[in-house]
Design a protein around this ligand. Structure first.
Ligand SMILES: Cc1ncc(COP(=O)(O)O)c(C=O)c1O
Length: 361
């Protein structure tokens, strides 16, 4: 008999990462993966280099130094912080621990694609709730809950839409979900948001025993290649995840670089200021070219291209020829849109110029 995986595995649509190459082009402007245009803090790079001499030693599996630094900067109890190889791994651990055969995991129509993948790996069924105008609808999420629902994932802000829901809406969701449903607030882009009605979710985690917040070092901290993220959990969830976590799931260079990055609050502030300046600038430029831009509070924008000859595919081809790599979001069910990460000053200007040229403005 032929070797076969569990049937659910073959139902997974493979995750395709943002492209990083444009054929035959010397100048590459990679705006496809929401990475930081400013790179990592020099202090994080230094910590990474220093860690090289200890490569023969296993890491501290509990990532104690990093958890303490996160706890200090965010004013959180480090005993309830779990670190993972990207927030991705925390999402995977939660699916493995809380969902299995016959269970449902709920997220929204344009939610982050990895929720569905880890749900299927865990043997559970992914279920989506419709969004309204590319924004999470708490009513639609609540209406999609069944007795089989075990986890609800809300990316806030969401990728690829850039939209967010307020603290009040998140609270209403939590308060109306059954107690045995785990709410995961995925706040990968939290550091970019300044809106007064926004919360990354810490206080909601502290209100009960059934909410987790996940965060990443891949975005504003510029450490995407190190694969390091974290979650803030109630005590009981921390206990469960500590059993599920591989003994050495994060590496020493990642632990030490992330620790230096989170402590370098000045650098983080500069990265936010850069985004605060260029997010509205690029939005305006796109709008001046006649394009619809969905309001974003992240470090990227979702842009709608019309039907016809100058559609998203044509724009993508045109940009690729110039070495500008956007994110095709057809796999998210948004074939008429492209997503662009906010780049450096030069990159943003080059993108705006290329879009103007494409439309003959
Ligand atoms: C909403 C959201 N959550 C989680 C992640 C995963 O990030 P990482 O695994 O790099 O921490 C991403 C990455 O793009 C994301 O957009």
């Amino acid at each position: 008999m032929a070797l076969t995986p569990k049937p659910a595995i073959l139902q997974i649509n493979r995750y395709k990462q943002g492209l990083s190459k444009a054929k035959g082009n010397k100048r590459i402007i990679k705006l496809s993966s929401n990475e930081s245009p400013l790179g990592a803090s020099p202090k994080a790079i230094d910590a990474y280099v220093q860690a090289a001499t200890d490569m023969h030693r296993y890491p501290d599996g509990a990532a104690t130094l990093l958890r303490e630094a996160i706890g200090k900067v965010h004013n959180l109890n480090s005993e309830r912080i779990i670190c993972g190889a990207g927030s991705d791994e925390i999402i995977a651990m939660l699916c493995h621990a809380y969902a299995g055969d016959g269970d449902e995991v709920l997220y929204t129509e344009y939610g982050f694609l990895m929720y569905a993948i880890y749900t299927r790996i865990a043997g559970a069924t992914p279920v989506t709730a419709r969004e309204e105008n590319l924004r999470v609808s708490v009513d639609n999420v609540l209406a999609a809950v069944t007795p089989r629902t075990k986890i609800v994932f809300i990316a806030n802000p969401n990728n690829p839409t850039g939209s967010y829901i307020s603290k009040d809406e998140l609270l209403r969701l939590r308060q109306n979900l059954p107690e045995n449903v785990l709410l995961v607030i995925d706040s990968a882009y939290a550091e970019y948001v300044s809106n007064k009605d926004y919360t990354a979710g810490e206080t909601i985690v502290d209100m009960g025993k059934n909410t987790v917040m996940t965060r990443t070092f891949s975005k504003i901290y510029g450490l995407a290649s190190l694969r390091i993220g974290w979650g803030y959990c109630p005590e009981s969830v921390m206990d469960v995840l500590s059993r599920v976590r591989g003994p050495f799931n994060v590496s020493t260079p990642a632990i030490l670089a992330a620790r230096a990055a989170v402590l370098d609050t000045k650098f983080t502030r500069q990265a936010k200021e850069h985004n605060d300046k260029w997010l509205p600038w690029l939005t305006k430029k796109m709008e001046e070219s006649g394009l619809k831009v969905y309001p974003s509070v992240g470090n990227f924008i979702l842009v709608e291209f019309g039907e016809g000859a100058k559609n998203a595919d044509a724009a993508n081809d045109f940009l690729m020829e110039q070495g500008i790599i956007a994110r095709n979001v057809a796999s998210y069910g948004l074939p008429s849109c492209l997503r662009f990460t906010i780049g450096t000053e030069e990159e943003n200007e080059a993108l705006a110029e290329a879009i103007e040229e494409f439309y003959g403005v």
